[in-house]
Design a protein around this ligand. Structure first.
Ligand code: ARG
Length: 401
C-alpha cells in the first residue's frame, strides 16, 4: 500500500522504536527507514544505539547532538518563564519534543523523505507534541505513528521484534518507564501506578535521598543576566555547563524530587515521579530575582502568563501563535532581571537567603526602612486611604440603613 517511501524515524533504541523499523517496512510498505537518535544529554552511549537501528533494518542511522540548543533555546526560555506545569512540573520532557521534531523535519528535507515517524503510543503527551510540532513546521510531511495503531501488547511487540532479530529487553528489565535528558528524569509505571505507594529509592538516579544528603548546609550564589543564569558561585559557565553544575549541587543535597498526579492532554490523570534538580533550583532562584527587579503589576501579569506558557508547552503548542506572543512579553521583562540570588542547600531544601541587583533593584531602602533614614511620607497615607476606601465606606453606610 505504500504510505510513504522514505521515512525519518525518531529513534531511542528501545523495543518500541526498534520494532517500528521492520513494522514500517513490512506492514506499511515503507522502502527506507532513516533512524534519528537525539543526544539530549541523557548520558546513553549512542554508538550502540546507532548500530541497533541498522541491525533492525534502517538504511541509515543518524545521531544528532542537540544538547546545546536544548539548553539555550528550550531550557533557558523555560527558566525565564518560571515554567511549572500545574504549578509543579518543570517540563523536562516536554521541552525536548519540539526540538526533536524540528531536527526531524530538517532531516526529512535533507534526505528527501516524504514522511517522519515516531514510536509514541496513543495515551501520552509526547505524540501530541510531536504531531503538532511537525504539522506546524512542515504541513506537507506525513507523520506515521505505528505504535499508536498496531494494537500489540508489550509481549506481542517483543515477539514481533524477535522475528526480525530485535533482541528482547535484556535481563529483568526495570518495571519503570523512564525518560531522561540533561534536565532530569521522569519515572512512571510499575509499583508507582498506585498513587498511595511511596516511590522506592531505586527509582531515583540523580538526586540523593534526604538520608544520604550531607548534614551541612551549602551556600551558593546564582547570577542572572537578562533573565538567563550565567554563573554559579561567581564562576561564569556556558548554558550546558551551568545546568550540569546546578544538577550536581542540587542533586547532592536531595533537592528536586517531585511526586505528583498530573493531568495529561488526553484526559488521563497519571502519577508522575520526576527528579529535576538543576532546573527546579534555577527556576526558584530566577523567581526570586524577579521579585526584586520587576514592578508589582508586571510581576502579577507575568505570573498569569507563565501558567499559560507552561500549559502551551505541555500541550504541544510550542510553535503556536500564543506562545510566540507571550515570549515577546517575557523577553521584554527579562531585560531587567539582572543580579544575584543566594541560596542555602540542605537536606532536600533550597532556601533563598539573599538577593541583590546592582542596576535593576526596585527595593528602595529609604522607603523600606523603619530606621531614622526613612524618607516615606507617612502623612500622605491618610489621603490615599480616604480615597482608596471610599467605595467601601459608601457601600457599608448603605447597608447600615
Ligand atoms: N508526563 C511527562 C510529560 O508529559 C513525562 C512523559 C515521559 N515520556 C515518556 N515517553 N516516558 O512531559
Amino acid at each position: 500500500m505504500g504510505r510513504a517511501k522514505r521515512v525519518v524515524l525518531a529513534y531511542s533504541g528501545g523495543v518500541d522504536t526498534s520494532v517500528c523499523i521492520p513494522y514500517l517496512k513490512k506492514e506499511w510498505g515503507v522502502e527506507e527507514v532513516i533512524a534519528f537518535a537525539a543526544d539530549l544529554g541523557q548520558g546513553d552511549e549512542l554508538e550502540p544505539i546507532r548500530k541497533k537501528a541498522i541491525a533492525a533494518g534502517a538504511v541509515e542511522s543518524i545521531v544528532g547532538n542537540l544538547i546545546d540548543p536544548f539548553i539555550r533555546e528550550f531550557a533557558f526560555p523555560a527558566i525565564r518563564a518560571n515554567a511549572l506545569y500545574e504549578g509543579r512540573y518543570p517540563l523536562s520532557t516536554a521541552l525536548a519534543r519540539p526540538l526533536i521534531a524540528k531536527r526531524m523535519v530538517e532531516l526529512a528535507r535533507e534526505c528527501n523523505a516524504d514522511a517522519v515517524a515516531h514510536g509514541c503510543t496513543g495515551k501520552g503527551n509526547d505524540q501530541v507534541r510531536f504531531d503538532v510540532a511537525i504539522a506546524a513546521l512542515a504541513p506537507e510531511l506525513k507523520v506515521l505513528t505505528p505504535a499508536r495503531e498496531w494494537g500489540m501488547s508489550r509481549e506481542e511487540t517483543i515477539s514481533y521484534g524477535e522475528r526480525f532479530g530485535i533482541p528482547a529487553p535484556v535481563s529483568k528489565k526495570s518495571p519503570y518507564s523512564i525518560d531522561l535528558n540533561l534536565l532530569g528524569r521522569s519515572i512512571e509505571a510499575g509499583a508507582l501506578e498506585d498513587p498511595m505507594v511511596a516511590p522506592p529509592e531505586e527509582v531515583f538516579a540523580i538526586t540523593s535521598s534526604i538520608d544520604k544528603a550531607p548534614n551541612d548546609a551549602e551556600e551558593i550564589e546564582i547570577t542572572f543576566q537578562d533573565g538567563n543564569p550565567t554563573a554559579i558561585n561567581g564562576q561564569v559557565l556556558d548554558p550546558v555547563e551551568l545546568i550540569m553544575k546546578a544538577n550536581e549541587l542540587a542533586g547532592k543535597h536531595g533537592f528536586g524530587r517531585i511526586d505528583i498526579i498530573e493531568n495529561r492532554v488526553v484526559g488521563i490523570k497519571s502519577r508522575e515521579i520526576y527528579e529535576t534538580p538543576g532546573l527546579l533550583l534555577l527556576i526558584k532562584a530566577h523567581q526570586e530575582l524577579e521579585s526584586l527587579t520587576l514592578a508589582a503589576d508586571v510581576l502579577r501579569t507575568k505570573r498569569k502568563l507563565e501558567m499559560q506558557w507552561a500549559d502551551l508547552v505541555y500541550q504541544g503548542l510550542w510553535f503556536g501563535p500564543l506562545k510566540e506572543a507571550i515570549d515577546s512579553f517575557i523577553d521584554r521583562t527579562q531585560l531587567n532581571v539582572n543580579g544575584v540570588v543566594k541560596l542555602s542547600l540542605c537536606k532536600g531544601n533550597a532556601t533563598i537567603i539573599g538577593r541583590g541587583s546592582l542596576d535593576n533593584s526596585l527595593y528602595d531602602p529609604s522607603m523600606a526602612t523603619y530606621g531614622k533614614d526613612d524618607q516615606f511620607d507617612h502623612m500622605s497615607a491618610a489621603g490615599f486611604i480616604y480615597i482608596w476606601g471610599l467605595p467601601v465606606r459608601i457601600w457599608a453606610a448603605l447597608k447600615r440603613n
